[in-house]
Design a binder for this molecule. Sequence first.
Ligand SMILES: [Zn+2]
Length: 292
Amino acid sequence: MKVHVIDIGTGLATFIEGPGFTMLYDAGSQDDLADGPDNRVLAYIKSVRPDVVAIDHLVLSHPHKDHLELMPDLFDRFVVRNVWDSGTVNRTRGYCRFLKKVEAEQGVQYHDALATGGIHSVAFTGKNCSGTVSIPQAAKMTDQPVTIGPGTTMTILYRNADPHPDPNENTVVVRLDHGNNSVLLAGDAEGGGRLTPVINAAGQSVMPPSPPSNGTIEKELLDCCAAMLKANVLIVGHHGSLTSSRKPFLEAVGRRSTSFPRVRTLTARRSCPIRGGGRASRPRVPVPNGHR
Ligand SMILES: [Zn+2]
């Protein structure tokens, strides 16, 4: 199993490939909105896997632009077999375009946290994307592992379609297991408000050891399924923001260090013919505490 964290500007797009499957967890950008073949996610996948014709599992963690905006174009290039969407509605142009593509995709299985066998129906009235979209719901998301390839399972550790003031609270948190390897995709899961870093005895800027607040996804995950959080790789929540990655959460994932440096965002980049390739090929230095 190979995990690619794609540089798409401000946002998240994670492409996972393994024996017999491809998966994309989010494809959004807040500031790189080129679409069509110039879409950075399309260009990246084409560069590393020109043979890929289908995305077997497309996961939208939550309907925010920085996770969603580059997703509709994918349907023009790839067959999309399964869509996993929290089901929470954000009446934006991006979410409208996304649902219209899902609606038009032949044979797609659409899964949300709401129901099995019903219709996910949303009316949009925006200037640039409007109308009612109706999508048949396949099997609802559960906490049961789904086999996505030989020896590979996806477990949805958190899903919530209830309306929240901030769609971050609807983030679909996914765990992937392949042999002894496990990856946790935390989307924009949070642990509370923004913390103020403190300076420790060694003069380092560290996260204060606060627990996650009640009602947050990190707290819910620790309460429901702490043992399932242990993973080799964590794609940190909320882009490495100070709202996320509380000490008990990181400990449950498996961090062994006794001091907790501020989470650093490290974007892996590789040289490939992507639009704006100068940026894409430049080695990246970790950005301290970047909310990128
Ligand atoms: Zn985000």
